[in-house]
Write a protein that binds this ligand. Structure first.
Ligand code: PMV
Length: 331
């Protein structure tokens, strides 16, 4: 009997950024982070463990996974097999309803959906914190996509053995929005894991970033608890620029911005000068994510949509937690 499980998870955007890992037995962030889960984008993943397969079969957006992608999926499945006492291989089919691999947090929703679908398919009755800890080992930002609304993830220490994200209760209803400004569909040049390793090894500002990130995180957390958009937006911009300044000081420099990234940032600042509270944040790619009130979001998005070099703008509100959509038993 094979159990096929389908799970959906939403990407999240960090407003207090995670950048850098500590040495430890698993994938542990060096700084605490705070994010918003996005309702408008999602990854849906089906997993089935079954006899007759000699290796895991992984299909991403309708094509066979590359060796590197399949390796990361199998590493997560191996942890699940160990916990569940399973020896069978699995087939995995996953699809995003948004562009993959261009700094749009597809690894967050991807590994969150995989962790949830795989644990359920293996018959493990885990709570959300345990699933979040599993997802975190594949991609730290994925730990946050298990939960809805605004979510925190603490920093790890070298001896940390369990680290799960935590939701800030009641924040799904906060009427704010993030406009995701897509400036290119090209995959990013340097992935986050390599970028973090390189920054930590060569940036003279790395220690200062790790120290300051704690303060920025605390400011962002207090702003969310107070539902203070201006305080959150200010901390979020400072966090994004501090992270990128640290990465740009690496040798050779790590520059994720394109000319369009900079012109969108400048447009957001000019909207703010004209009285609209809007704030920019950028991850390991040239896209810009703009935080505003839900009431201002449609107007902010339509202004940014008109800019040269902007491909698309997706407006997202705080989204729901990852969920299991369907469980089917087959032979
Ligand atoms: O979890 P990863 O390896 O995809 O790294 C995420 C890094 C950033 O997106 C740049 C920041 C963050 O906290 O999500």
């Amino acid at each position: 009997m094979t159990q096929v499980t389908c799970a959906t998870a939403h990407p999240n955007i960090a407003l207090a950024k995670y950048w850098g890992k500590v040495d430890g037995p698993t994938n542990l962030p060096a700084v605490p982070s705070l994010s918003m889960t996005l309702d408008a984008m999602s990854t849906t993943t089906s997993v089935g463990f079954g006899p007759g397969l000699d290796s895991d079969r992984v299909v991403i957006n309708g094509r066979s996974a590359t060796e590197a992608e399949a390796g990361r999926v199998s590493a997560l499945l191996d942890r699940v097999r160990k916990e569940a006492g399973l020896r069978t291989r699995a087939w995995v089919e996953t699809a995003n309803d948004f562009p993959t691999g261009s700094g749009l947090a597809s690894s967050a929703s991807g590994f969150a959906a995989l962790a949830l679908a795989a644990t359920k398919a293996a018959g493990l009755e885990w709570d959300a914190a345990r699933v979040s800890d599993l997802a975190r080992q594949a991609s730290a930002s994925a730990a946050r996509s298990i939960f809805g609304g605004f979510v925190t993830l603490a920093a790890g220490a070298p001896d940390t053995i369990f680290l799960a994200a935590e939701p800030l209760e009641g924040t799904v209803e906060w009427p704010v929005a993030i406009s995701v400004v897509i400036t290119t569909y090209e995959p990013k040049a340097v992935g986050s894991t390599d970028g973090m390793r390189h920054t930590r090894a060569t940036s003279p500002y790395y220690a200062a970033w790790v120290e300051h990130a704690e303060t920025l995180f605390e400011r962002a957390r207090i702003a969310v608890l107070a539902r203070d958009l201006e305080a959150l937006g200010t901390a979020a911009e400072e966090s994004a620029f501090a992270m990128h300044a640290c990465a740009m000081a690496a040798a050779p420099p790590l520059v994720y911005f394109s000319p369009v990234t900079l012109s969108v940032i400048e447009r957001v600042r000019s909207m703010r000068r004209a009285g609209t509270p809007a704030y920019a944040t950028m991850d390991a790619g040239p896209q810009v994510k703009v935080l505003s009130s839900a009431a201002d979001a449609a107007r902010v998005a339509s202004i940014l949509r008109e800019m040269p070099g902007v491909e698309k703008v997706i407006v997202a509100r705080p989204g729901p937690p990852a969920s299991v959509k369907l469980i089917r038993k087959g032979s």
